[in-house]
Design a protein around this ligand. Sequence first.
Ligand code: BEZ
Length: 259
Amino acid sequence: MKSINQWQAEDYDNQLAFVSEYGKSLISWLRPQVGEYILDLGCGTGDLTHEISLLGAEVTGMDASSDMIARAKQKFPQLEFMEADGEHFHTERAYDAVFSNAALHWMRNSSDVVDCVWNALKPGGRFVAEFGGQGNVQIIVKAVEEVLERHTGINAAERNPWYFPTIGQYSRILENRGFMVRQAYHYDRPTKLADGEDGIAGWLTHFGDDYFKGVNPEQVKEWCQEISEIVKPKLWKNDAIYADYKRLRIEAFKPENQV
Ligand code: BEZ
């Protein structure tokens, strides 16, 4: 899983608050019950962990970033948080549900993640997740690659850090591990970026490091301007850039007779 230590936990709470806001609707798929043990995988600064706890479940937040976990503990000292990598974690207890919002697209070794989730669940437990599905931020990705390739000649697609599967691809991974897929939904969710005309530069500052490795900040700024010019005709509406987010939402469960 990508280390997100370089993300500022405070920025995540301020400019990226939409991540948790949108995630609230995913809780309606989770339907947490009082007293259930739930693991929030890729919890960031803990807002959704907290929301789930308010419904009476015993929730543990997990994230690979020590900064995010530190901030989550500071905001919600009454909750349990742990630092662990989503592709290689092991839990002491078995959970009734594993929940994950906007995190799995950073975990390219999806079979390893699914193995860890399986091992963390009780028989009959459920896995409810939403993340980037196939075609997610494609207009932005294509523009980044076009600009990088024009200036450097590299094959920028090789730097793409994300995993955006189709329903079929992800369901196959789940089913190969033994999960039953109960629901899967791929949908468009245009997402308004902060900062008006500078929305793309801001978004790439948070998420685009892998593309700009070794490039000096002044250069990155210029290239972001070019990227912005390419995407604006397609993504600008009224007063802002709306990133072309596409979500994959799934619910799967571990059959009762499985350990
Ligand atoms: C997403 O939530 O879809 C996303 C976030 C950061 C980078 C790429 C995709």
